[in-house]
Design a protein around this ligand. Sequence first.
Ligand code: NDP
Length: 483
Amino acid sequence: MQTQPTASHFINGAYVEDTNGTPIDVIYPATGEKIATVYAATAEIIDQALSAARAAQAAWGAMTGTERGRILRRAADIMRERNHDLSVLETYDTGKPYQETSVADATSGADALEYFGGIAAGLTGEHIQLGEDWVYTRREPLGVCVGIGAWNYPTQIACWKGAPALACGNSIVFKPSETTPLCALKVAEILHEAGLPAGLYNVVQGMGEVGAALVTDPRVDKVSLTGSVPTGRKVYAAAAEGIKHVTMELGGKSPMIVFEDADIENAISGAILGNFYSSGQVCSNGTRVFVHTDIKEAFLSRLAERLGTAVIGDPMDPATSFGPMVSKRQLDIALGYIEKGKAEGARLVYGGNEIEGDGFYLQPTVFADVTDDMSIAREEIFGPVMSVLDFTDEDDVMARANDTEFGLAAGVFTRDLARAHRVAAKFEAGTCYINTYNDAPVEAPFGGMKNSGVGRENSKAAIEHYSQLKSVYVRMGDLEAPF
Ligand code: NDP
């Protein structure tokens, strides 16, 4: 497959190159080989993209929702038709196994395009009668949106931000993570092939400073970031300067509570999905697994048995179920936490080692006897490192589960229906799971509480974050004034 893109950027409906920007090598995580080079956006490229987005937005916002939606739904169809090629590219970009990318990336991007394509025609204001007078509201676009993505789901993030933005009549300039610059360009290509007018979906490459330049530009009305809490703080503060709208999808250190009455096989499935899918590089992962002491040893031994069946290897092989981490840097971060876990007294019960070879492979790793104060229980690792903590009492485990700056997700495994809902209600987290983990259907709101974010992506809730209401007051009779 051709992994070198036609050019680094996609602006005003066409590929654009500018080799004056800093070169960014794209590395295939499974082998460490360079598979493409793109160039960071120069000030001129950023200006071109924002100017194009500004110029195109008004006409797009004036089209009917049905017309806008048709284009998004057509793009969804093209994306599904090309799922194989897009999945292979996603695997090159991120290193995630094809077994995952073929069912979780372009497919979920297509779901977002289809969902928001469907909703576009139904966007309306309301009529508010006030005696003889009345007010009507208009749901209007925000204008130019900037999307900044993390590297773990490059296609999905490009669509989760682009689809609602476009459905509501906005234009967007999207900056992928410098680690995974390839997939968003394909999203732009497909949208334009589906009939999107030029200038509405632009992609520019670059590191944090390109993101920062986009966020502070006065032509920008809204910023949506998927990234870490420290970056979120900076971007949120920069957006505040210009009183811009924001969506912040940030990190997590989510709890998963396994009660003594849980179906152990299902709980272990949840723990595997919530810690080792995408080699643990998922924001909503349930990395603090609280297991009731009555079932702890049974849980750990069965978990180890099941981890032993993971197929670790070439991500392009459809049989492979566990791939490399995205980069050497991310691998080193995870290895650093494994050392901290050992040094702080946690018991390593599975994995813990880098897998020798050219790629950035780390064994699925499990620590038991983890306590709440350990670094591995407090900080987001963003790698395949699970912490198992003990508990016996529901109130106590709830307090410990919520004792974190983060609030992205949380899960509970139990057969007790009342307890499941009681616990879900008490979780301080934006997305909670009962007897499952890490589902993220486009129909449901997704986002964080506390430091994990502001706003919601997906679902009807996203419409609130990509549009604004205008109230129009209509007087039917004469108007009285004091003088
Ligand atoms: P980072 O926070 O490092 O980067 C996120 C994006 O922001 C990148 O495109 C980055 O560019 C850009 N950026 C960095 N600095 C600035 C700045 N000052 N102004 C504007 N943009 C900037 O996150 P990672 O890419 O390392 O992704 C991992 C993080 O993302 C984890 O914390 C994870 O939890 C979170 N995440 C959250 C999700 C959610 O939905 N809540 C989903 C997925 C991930 P560059 O990389 O080129 O420096």
